[in-house]
Design a protein around this ligand. Structure first.
Ligand code: AR6
Length: 182
């Protein structure tokens, strides 16, 4: 199962590129503290957005682990980018609650901006070294816990780079959603 609908909100796990989600109002960036271009997700987002994004980010940086800030999307086919700094695994503690804060704070910003659809990458699971399965459990549990109080956001999409990463997220989503329904 690649998606679940709970409290009128669709939660979906797909394979793809976070910088190519033209049907979403907002995409989330797995940022660095300085909100500079970087590699991975941040590189893909900034390359597609163009230099105006880094310029807009300058006055918002630095951000702390767990924090999220919102900007325009510039050359991206979306309305907004929400930039999150995930925890560096083994360094920023408590890693699990900092990672959960990324998702919670992003959804708060999305609600404040009347965003209906938002796409997340698997924050901290690349350069920052967070193991994929625990990160997926924290991310999806945090999102499912938030779903009942969302009023603007109706569609949450996880965008995973690889097929195995997508399958793992879809499995975790199914398991956690089943626990809620039972
Ligand atoms: N679309 C979707 N997922 C992607 C993409 C993409 N275009 N590119 C990579 N991933 P990372 P982090 C996956 O390293 O761990 C940057 O240099 C990737 O396979 O982007 O939070 C920043 O500047 C992995 O599963 O983010 C920071 O310094 C996940 O996205 C630092 O890396 C996150 O990988 C942030 O590290």
């Amino acid at each position: 199962m690649t998606h679940r609908r709970l409290h009128g909100v669709t939660v979906q796990c797909t394979q793809g590129d976070i910088a190519n989600q033209p049907d979403m109002d907002a995409v989330v960036n797995a940022a660095n503290a300085q909100l500079r271009i970087g590699g991975g997700v941040a590189g893909a987002i900034h390359r597609a957005a163009g230099p105006g994004l880094e310029e807009e980010c300058r006055s918002l940086a630095p951000i702390r682990p767990g924090q999220a800030v919102i900007t325009g999307a510039h050359g991206l086919p979306n309305r907004h980018v929400i930039h999150c700094l995930g925890p560096v695994y083994g360094q920023d503690e408590p890693a699990d609650s900092l990672l959960a804060s990324c998702y919670r704070n992003s959804l708060d910003l999305a609600e404040q901006a009347a965003i209906q659809s938002i796409a997340f990458p698997a924050i901290s699971t690349g350069a920052f070294g967070y193991p994929l399965e625990p990160a997926a459990r924290i991310a999806l549990k945090t999102i499912l816990d938030e779903v009942p109080r969302l009023s603007s956001v109706r569609h949450i999409r996880f965008v995973l780079f690889g097929a195995a990463d997508q399958r793992l997220h879809a499995q975790v989503l199914e398991e956690l959603a089943d626990q809620i329904i039972k």
